[in-house]
Write a protein of this length. Structure first.
Length: 309
């Protein structure tokens, strides 16, 4: 009998954990596999760790947890869970039950058939989410797939089941700033996607604000595309040409019609502000890339474990 590892990142999920475990256990009974859970407490400030310790005491043979010394982010929690897992197959799930456990048997069947190395999931709608948030999410997939060579499937979730070979490939990508959706696609392997309708959280509130999602999207774009740098180059080139043409017009105008007035100070001020703003914008873009290089060269650990059981 093969082993299935279930990786569950947790951040302030004290209300969801007591609901998650029995919900998954009902489905696990249908699987012909040995199960191990790896919950990862990502520096929660509520009683998430207490819930995990209680669950471990009740089911010590199959339930394990890792607790970080502080909040390192979901990407670090995913990486820690994948490193700790020992299963032949590994599935990543959210503890809020937005990832339907009922899909687990189908996912496992596809992998055991040997035809696929990964079975992912994608939402076909975003019912229950704010429209503006859904719009930004859809636009992110549109933009990143236009500028990146690595295809990110629209609506794809982190909820996926992988073979050990694919998990080892993902773990070999040990970069500091991680974007798992991109990494899952970048490593390759044959993937089957299952569609499902959006499911609202079973308990608690999401920690993903629009600002955090925007930062996450920016990290994803900069991790898998150098298009922003190319944009800076081409914009600089276009404005250099326009500036040269403008200077040429002024010189010609001076000789053709000396009495004609030159551009006023307000026009000049607007041009200076525009050029200065663009320079600061693209210096910032370059700075972000340099910052990522800087953090990678520090070789800091992706996470620090305080407790592991």
């Amino acid at each position: 009998m093969k082993t299935l590892s279930i990786i569950v990142p947790c951040y302030n999920e004290q209300e969801s954990i007591p609901l998650f475990y029995p919900a998954v256990e009902k489905i696990i009974e249908q699987l012909n596999a040995k199960i191990e859970y790896w919950f990862v407490n990502d520096g929660s400030s509520d009683h998430t760790l207490d819930e995990l310790e209680e669950l471990h005491e009740e089911h010590s043979d199959e339930v394990h947890f890792i607790s970080f010394s502080r909040n390192f982010g979901k990407e670090a929690a995913l990486y820690a869970g994948l490193q700790a897992s020992t299963g032949d197959y590994v599935v990543v799930m959210d503890v809020d039950l937005q990832d339907p456990p009922s899909m687990l048997p189908t996912m496992l069947d596809y992998l055991e058939s040997g035809e696929y190395d990964c079975v992912g999931t994608r939402r076909v709608d975003r019912k229950g989410e704010k429209r503006f948030k859904s719009f930004l999410s859809n636009e992110f997939y549109h933009v990143i797939n236009r500028i990146s060579k690595t295809e990110i499937i629209p609506g794809a979730r982190d909820y996926r089941m992988m073979t050990r070979q694919m998990v080892n490939a993902v773990l070999s990508v040990s970069e500091y700033d991680r974007f798992s959706k991109g990494i899952f696609s970048w490593v390759g392997f044959k993937t089957k996607y299952l569609d499902y309708h959006n499911v609202e959280r079973a308990a608690g509130e999401t920690d993903w604000s629009i600002w955090k999602l925007a930062r996450y999207a920016l990290d994803g774009i900069m991790s898998f595309s150098d298009a922003p740098l190319s944009l800076a180059i081409w914009t600089g080139l276009v404005f250099s040409i326009l500036s040269f043409l403008g200077l040429l017009v002024i010189v010609v105008r001076h000789f053709v019609s000396p009495a004609a007035s030159a551009f006023g100070w307000s026009s000049l001020a607007c041009i200076i502000l525009l050029m200065g703003g663009l320079q600061l914008l693209f210096i910032g873009i370059v700075g972000k890339y340099i910052g990522k290089i800087y953090m990678q060269t520090k070789n800091r650990p992706i996470y620090i474990v305080q407790e592991k059981k």
